[in-house]
Design a protein around this ligand. Structure first.
Ligand code: GSH
Length: 363
């Protein structure tokens, strides 16, 4: 247990992607936790951003951005651990976090808003959640815009459905044999995947049926992640190993996700070549990035933040000793992630408080 005098408070919602990621990590850490329905105005006043979730700590600090929240939790409460330190599993966690946070957003917006029945049921749910259909519909109208901004258009629907099927079938095969992504213990990778897979796929009407009918091992994994009881868990795979079932999922993730991440990086870097000012905050979103997905070409509004997420893969990868990096390269050869790992950014982003600013490239 990690007791504190006062609770950590998670300000979120059950429908929320990133709330699911933080919740699972906080439950696993066995901290004194209270969950509160998010008051977006309170979050905005305390962070400058209307993003969900936020966390208030026992000391009264406010944290935002689940990547920072999970890093801070791991630093304060290292046991039970969420972050493997062995090179291959560490980089796999980073890849899966970025894949889940950035790439899976398109499929998650598709399952929620991509059919009339799905949209109608989510509008009713938003009405119930906010206490009035008028407010719920207002929030839903924003989300429908967000759906198109991440490329989840009707034309792309068949490609996205195929992408979801491939993810669920490889994850089902993996979770049929293993409790969690890295074996018998949860990690950052499980927390990140719970964002789209629990909060969207599993709580949305039609995709919940899809999971129950075609991906029962994934549902079993959701149950375990939601009630983690960390002391009953075992260990991560021994000797920094990755089983074939996990490599199969990583290959779907790399094949479908790496082209998007590289396309986003290119748009951000081209924009930054002309516009970046050291120490200054860029706009949140810039032009469209285009990427191929299973026979379709999708377009997404590029958020500069995506480069900061890509740095979360490249920073630990580049910090490895050469021999460890070679081990990672060998383990991930053929998964489609090679070009992301080989990518050398021309610009750097850092957090200044809750703001993202351009910074000097490290030497
Ligand atoms: N990178 C942030 C993303 C947070 C985020 O986008 N949350 C969604 C709800 S799940 C949100 O607040 N969206 C509103 C918006 O994008 O303006 C995190 O990891 O916390």
């Amino acid at each position: 247990m990690n007791p504190t005098d006062r609770p950590y408070i998670l300000h979120g919602f059950d429908v929320s992607y990133f709330t699911a990621k933080a919740r699972v990590a906080m439950r696993y850490k066995q901290i004194f936790l209270e969950e509160k329905r998010a008051d977006v105005r309170w979050i905005l006043e305390n962070t400058g951003y209307a993003f969900i979730p936020a966390v208030s700590t026992p000391e009264g600090e406010v944290w935002q951005d689940t990547s920072d929240i999970l890093d801070a939790l791991e630093a304060r409460h290292p046991n039970p651990p969420l972050y493997p330190r062995s090179p291959v599993q560490q980089i796999v966690c980073a890849l899966i976090e970025v894949f889940a946070d950035e790439v899976m957003m398109t499929s998650a917006m598709h399952t929620r808003w991509g059919t009339e029945e799905g949209e109608a049921s989510t509008r009713r749910r938003f009405g119930a959640m906010t206490g009035s259909m008028e407010q719920g519909n207002r929030a839903a109208d924003q989300m429908v815009k967000g759906r198109f901004a991440v490329g989840a258009t009707p034309e792309a629907g068949p490609a996205i459905d195929e992408h979801i099927t491939a993810m669920l079938s490889t994850l089902s095969a993996h979770f049929d044999e293993h409790d969690f992504v890295l074996g018998d213990r949860m990690s950052l990778a499980d927390c990140a995947l719970m964002g789209p897979i629990y909060a969207h796929y599993y709580t949305d009407l039609l995709s919940r049926r899809l999971l129950l009918e075609t991906a029962l091992p994934v549902v079993r994994w959701i149950e375990y992640c939601n009630m983690p009881s960390a002391e009953d868990q075992g260990d991560w795979f021994a000797d920094d190993a990755l089983p074939q079932t996990l490599l199969d999922f990583l290959t779907v993730a790399g094949g479908d996700g790496a082209p998007l991440l590289l396309a986003l990086a290119e748009v951000i870097e081209n924009w930054a070549d002309q516009n970046a000012v050291l120490g200054e905050m860029p706009p949140r979103a810039i032009e469209l990035a285009e990427w191929p997905l299973r026979g379709s070409v999708l377009k997404r509004r590029t958020q500069i933040y995506s480069l900061w997420m890509i740095q979360r893969i490249l920073d630990p990868y580049r910090a490895l000793e050469a021999a460890d990096r070679a081990r990672v390269d060998a383990a991930l050869a053929g998964t489609g992630w090679e070009a992301v790992l080989a990518y050398t950014p021309r610009h750097r982003l850092e957090k200044k408080g809750f703001d993202l600013v351009f910074a000097e490239l490290p030497h």
